[in-house]
Write a protein that binds this ligand. Structure first.
Ligand code: FAD
Ligand code: FES
Length: 385
């Protein structure tokens, strides 16, 4: 029987797309550590670059669109981990790319922009993360992103496009100015190739442009209703900085959107809130949220940061990273969910209850390493930081 390609739904056909995506290259898991070679660097906008990598052995890569890898870099004699989403699609399995936005004052993003060149080798931990449409199949999607949060949604869009899968996707991306829109031309190309793929850009201000035909301002509920009147019927994927994500959650809650069909990933960089900063600058050891309200007390332990000679207190039900930030310490962190390894430190003494999500290997645990973002103290601690 002849079938029209446009009506060939993957779950009706022989291939189920999630299996297809992750079967495109040799198996690649978050446990794999390997050295990849940078094969190209592309300037995407004035402060965003894409870095392309290939394997030294010429192997191919399999992952689910939306997943991230962890780079392990040696910078100024220090080993530093940071997560970056794979912005390329698994449908082009011979290379992968990451797309990095400079963060003012940020160590790794600026180092990559200034130092990483084609031919350089980089240590990489394999793909991780569950923020992927491959695990949430739906007839209609709404992709919402801001700034560098576009990367996982770009990987998903590229995958659908390259598989010739004209899925009904509305992609609304927010940027500071039109010149800050990452992948603008490619998104236009995908939209021109696919009848059911629509993009809309929302810019805070027009910047240097005199002819910006798009929307200016911020994403609001009335604007969302205008761009995607049927958004309540869509599976929503959101990625961006923490304040943007909160704004999106608030407006979806206001509309009564079913959270079961809402998926988000935050690239949370700077997590000190103004209240936390005020508490830190007063040198206050503020009570843990919830503790003050309930009047409950909990065991408190001393945590000593041996290298920086700082001592803080941490409640038994509090993650060490949160307590440290509250006390004004700036420690490297990225996902804050035990996934990326950015907050990994050596525990010199003491015991913690660590509930990680793959950001640390068993052999590292055996060597006394812990992730501070997902570790609660079980005793006084001394960490090598
Ligand atoms: C799952 C995941 C996927 C990600 N994907 C991407 C992606 O695709 N693209 C992308 O660009 N990013 C992505 N990120 C974010 C990325 O991992 C980094 O967090 C980001 O590049 C910033 O790292 P950095 O080392 O440059 O900044 P950091 O050095 O970690 O600094 C972050 C911020 O803290 C401030 N700061 C640092 N130290 C101090 C100090 N001592 N005192 C005061 N302020 C300080 C810096 O000024 C900066 O504002 C992702 C994050 C996660 C968790
Ligand atoms: S910040 Fe990612 S594992 Fe702790």
């Amino acid at each position: 029987m002849m079938r029209d390609a446009q009506t060939l739904e993957p779950h009706e056909g022989r291939l189920t797309r999630p299996a297809f995506w992750s079967a495109l290259g040799a198996p690649w898991s978050s446990d794999d550590e390997e050295t990849l070679v940078c094969c190209q660097v592309r300037q995407e906008t004035h402060d965003v670059k894409s870095f392309f990598f290939m394997s030294r052995e010429g192997r191919t890569f399999s992952f689910e669109p939306g997943q991230f890898i962890t780079l392990e870099l040696e910078i100024d004699g220090e080993t530093i981990n940071r997560c970056y989403t794979i912005s390329s699609a698994p449908t082009r399995p011979h290379t992968i790319s990451i797309t990095v936005k400079r963060v003012p004052g940020g160590k790794v993003s600026n180092w990559l922009h200034e130092n990483l060149r084609a031919g350089d080798a980089v240590r990489v931990l394999g793909p991780a993360g569950e923020f992927t449409c491959a695990r949430h199949r739906a007839g209609k999607y709404l992709f919402l992103s801001a700034g560098s949060g576009i990367t996982p949604l770009m990987s998903m869009s590229r995958s659908h496009h390259e598989l010739g899968e004209d899925r009904d996707i509305v992609f609304i991306h927010s940027a500071r100015t039109p010149d800050d829109i990452i992948f603008a031309r490619e998104l236009d190309l995908i939209a021109s190739n696919q009848q059911h793929f629509r993009t809309s850009f929302v810019c805070e201000r027009v910047g240097h442009r005199t002819n910006w035909p798009g929307v200016t301002g911020f994403l609001t509920l009335p604007l969302l209703r205008l761009i995607a009147p049927d958004f309540m019927e869509r599976e929503i994927f959101t990625c961006g900085p923490a304040p943007y994500m909160k704004a999106v959650r608030d407006l979806l809650d206001e509309a009564g959107f079913d959270r079961a069909r809402y998926h988000e990933e935050s690239f949370s960089f700077d997590s000190l809130s103004p209240a936390e900063q005020a508490a830190a600058s007063e040198g206050a050891s503020a009570p843990v949220e919830g503790e003050a309200a309930s009047g409950e007390t909990q065991a408190r332990y001393a945590v000593t940061f041996a290298k920086t000679h700082r001592d803080i207190e941490c409640g038994a039900h509090e993650h060490v990273l949160d307590a440290a930030k509250r006390a004004g310490l700036r420690l490297p962190s990225s996902c804050t969910q035990g996934m990326c390894g950015t907050c990994k430190v050596k525990l010199v003494s003491g015991q913690v209850d660590m509930r990680h999500n793959g950001g640390i290997r068993q052999r590292e645990i055996d060597q006394g390493m812990v992730l501070l973002c997902c570790s609660k103290p079980l005793s006084d601690l001394v960490v090598d930081k």
